[in-house]
Design a protein around this ligand. Structure first.
Ligand code: F0G
Length: 356
């Protein structure tokens, strides 16, 4: 088994065939997801000292989030079974991804989203890809419960991460991290919402080690938003609140998987405030040139918190998953960043404002 894969990238199913459940070639639905960069952060030393921080930038996937890795598997699996429609509940990204892959597969997509609570970029994607978008007057958790019941009774395939193929596809991100580094990191920081992704990464890391491709495992460090932190608090949250709409979830479907990842890896599931999330969000874009959405920045906010608590030491290799692209949520970006300067179309005024 080679640690480096070069050449034309054909998406995660073809790239990692031997590690994934079998999909017939004619059933593969791909937008060439995966193979995302691991970017070394170089301008945060004043905050993080000499830890080695790497950003797994999942925002560059075809629909702008990590969901595509799982969706290629879930939609291909649905196609292989002869299904003609997929359904999901979503805080936005899953709906965008499901809609795109269903379009590619010429299948119908039904997406249930909490009304008025998903970011504009994501809503626009689901609409443009031709999904039937159902805005539910309720929470993500309520929408997911309805989706579970519908799939039990009607001919439509669930593509939420309760579908095990989603987890299979998403574990490939851990493979890529190991290939880039030549080993697993010391710590892996990741935002936690419905908890599928932390479950998937842990599965991926364990598989590479059990096959002898790597010899170490990371500590899994999951971060929820303070107002939506059911796992940290040990009970469901009925009215989850956070600026990071992607992880506004009160009763995660993969709760058990997250606890296993935490306990088996001797890691942690902790929480960060909205202020900490927005600070990390600003640092990533303004200092590192990496624009992610607010929920993604919960991972860096977690790193900063653990550095302050002296959990992290110089020399540790720390990977943060940046789960979605910043363009997904332009409203929060514009609300939080420095305002543009309005100026007359006059060169003297403009150079004066520029400070020359
Ligand atoms: N970051 C982003 C940008 C997300 O969209 C999500 C989940 C997460 C983190 C958390 O991942 O659920 O596997 O723990 N978004 C889902 C959705 C719930 O519907 O798009 P998780």
């Amino acid at each position: 088994m080679q640690l480096t894969r070069k050449g034309l990238w054909e998406g995660v199913i073809r790239g990692y065939r031997e590690f994934l459940p079998r999909v017939n070639d004619e059933s593969i639905v791909t937008l060439k997801e995966g193979n995302t960069p691991l970017i070394e952060a170089v301008n945060l030393k004043d905050i993080l000292g000499d830890i080695r921080l790497l950003l797994k930038y999942e925002g560059v996937n075809p629909t702008g989030s990590f969901k595509d890795r799982g969706m290629t598997m879930a939609v291909s699996g649905a196609k292989q079974e002869g299904s003609q429609a997929v359904i999901c509940a979503s805080t936005g990204n899953t709906s965008a991804s499901a809609a795109a892959y269903a379009a590619k597969a010429s299948m119908k997509a039904f997406v249930l989203v909490p009304e008025g609570a998903i970011a504009k970029g994501k809503l626009s994607q689901a609409m443009m890809h031709g999904a039937m978008v159902l805005e539910v007057k309720g929470s993500f958790d309520e929408a997911l419960a309805i989706v579970i019941e519908i799939t039990a009774n009607y001919p439509v395939t669930m593509v939420n991460s309760l579908n095990p193929l989603r987890i299979e596809g998403q574990k490939t991100a851990a493979f890529e991290v190991c290939e880039h580094l030549g080993h697993a990191p010391t710590y892996h920081f990741i935002p936690v919402g419905n908890a599928g992704n932390i479950t998937a990464y842990w599965k991926g890391y364990k598989e590479y080690r059990s096959k002898g491709i790597t010899s170490n495992l990371p500590k899994m460090m999951g971060f929820q938003a303070e107002g939506a932190a059911p796992i940290v608090r040990g009970e469901p949250v009925t009215d989850p609140r956070t600026v990071a709409s992607a992880i506004r979830i009160g009763n995660p479907a993969s709760w058990k998987g997250a606890l296993e990842a935490r306990d088996e890896s001797e890691g942690t599931i902790d929480m960060v405030s909205d202020e900490e999330i927005l600070e990390a969000y600003g640092l990533l874009s303004s200092r590192e040139g990496v624009f992610c959405e607010p929920a993604s920045a919960a991972s860096l906010a977690g790193v900063i918190k653990k550095k302050k608590e002296d959990v992290l030491s110089d020399g540790d290799t720390v990977v943060c998953t940046l789960t979605g692209h910043g363009l997904k949520d332009p409203d929060i970006a514009i609300e939080t960043a420095r305002e543009p300067v309005k100026v007359a179309a006059d060169i003297d005024k403009i150079v004066e404002v520029m400070g020359f």
